[in-house]
Write a protein that binds this ligand. Structure first.
Ligand SMILES: [Zn+2]
Length: 135
C-alpha cells in the first residue's frame, strides 16, 4: 500500500501517515456536498496520532445531524479541506482523498448517507451502502 501522503492545492499544508486507513468510504451527506462543492466526499479514516501535518490549518466547527460536533480543518490560504475530526469518531481523522498525492490504491468499501445522494449518482465497485451512518 502506498503511504498516506498529500497536500492542499497551494502546498502550504502537507501531511503524512504510515498507518493503514481504518476505512475508506464515500459520504453523500449535504454537509459533504457543501464543503466539497461537489456531489460527495471520498475519505479515509486515519488514526489522528499517526498523522503528521506541516503548515497551519484553520478549523470550522459544525454540528452533525446526530447532534455531535465535527471540526473541519482546511488551508487558510487556498481553502482546501484536508480533514475533519468528528466527535463521533474519537481519535480518527477523516482525510479527504482528493488531497492525496497517490490515489491509485483507494478503493471505497462503503458509501454512507445514500438517502442524500444526488439522484444521478451511481457508483461502481463492490461497496456496502447505508442510508445514513452504518450501525
Ligand atoms: Zn493551501
Amino acid at each position: 500500500m502506498a503511504a498516506i501522503k498529500g497536500h492542499c492545492a497551494c502546498g502550504k499544508v502537507s501531511y503524512e501517515s504510515s498507518a493503514e486507513p481504518a476505512f475508506t468510504g464515500v459520504c453523500h451527506c449535504k454537509d459533504c456536498q457543501r464543503h466539497s462543492g461537489s456531489a460527495f466526499n471520498v475519505v479515509i479514516g486515519v488514526p489522528t496520532a499517526t498523522l503528521t501535518v506541516s503548515g497551519e490549518l484553520k478549523s470550522y466547527v459544525s454540528t452533525a445531524d446526530s447532534g455531535k460536533q465535527s471540526v473541519r480543518k482546511f488551508c487558510p490560504n487556498c481553502g482546501s479541506t484536508i480533514l475533519s475530526e468528528p466527535e463521533a469518531f474519537a481519535g480518527v481523522s477523516i482525510v479527504r482523498v482528493g488531497t492525496l498525492d497517490d490515489t491509485s490504491w483507494i478503493k471505497p468499501g462503503m458509501q454512507i448517507y445514500c438517502e442524500a445522494a444526488q439522484p444521478w449518482v451511481s457508483l461502481g465497485g463492490d461497496m456496502q451502502s447505508f442510508p445514513k451512518m452504518p450501525g
